[in-house]
Write a protein that binds this ligand. Structure first.
Ligand code: DQA
Length: 150
């Protein structure tokens, strides 16, 4: 089973970008750790990062062809991209919204997520472990024990 780990704008700068908010680890190092965990769980991961809205939309469309689920940190697009929201709504596989920071305890504009209503669920505020928790959440969904429906 393949899962896509998708990151949006500015997340390529993890490690140097506002480390007091987002931590000091790079995206590559977070992804490497996730790969190990996924391997132990029997999942295969693929990775995609882009600073462009259209590329993120294209990657969501493509994921429906070969992935069982998506873990998405849409960065600032979370708060205003109806195009990404519609792309998530258009595909049938579950998409888990993740954020490193606790978006609800920061600026007012970060409290709005236009993608949350079409995502399977949201995990925010646990740094890199937000991605790990999202992987656990998808595994639970795929186990058939979850009552959740997209
Ligand atoms: C973020 C939170 C967003 O508000 C911000 O624009 C980001 C990162 C997070 O992971 O905490 O780029 O998605």
């Amino acid at each position: 089973m393949k899962i896509l780990i998708m990151n949006g704008p500015n997340l390529n700068l993890l490690g140097e970008r506002e480390p007091n908010v987002y931590g000091s680890e790079t995206l590559d190092s977070i992804n490497a750790e996730l790969s190990e965990k996924a391997g132990r769980m029997g999942f295969e991961l693929s990775f995609f990062q882009s600073n462009s809205e259209g590329e993120l939309v294209d990657a969501l469309h493509a994921s429906r062809l070969d992935c069982a689920g998506v873990i998405l940190n849409a960065g600032a697009y979370t708060h205003y991209s109806y195009a990404i929201r519609d792309a998530i709504a258009a595909i049938k596989i579950p998409v888990v919204e993740v954020h490193l920071s606790n978006v609800n305890s920061r600026d007012e504009f970060r409290k709005t997520s236009v993608i949350a209503p079409v995502c399977a669920g949201t995990i925010a505020g646990f740094g890199k472990y937000s991605y790990h928790l999202a992987l656990d959440a998808l595994a639970y969904r795929f186990s058939g024990n979850s009552e959740a429906q997209k």
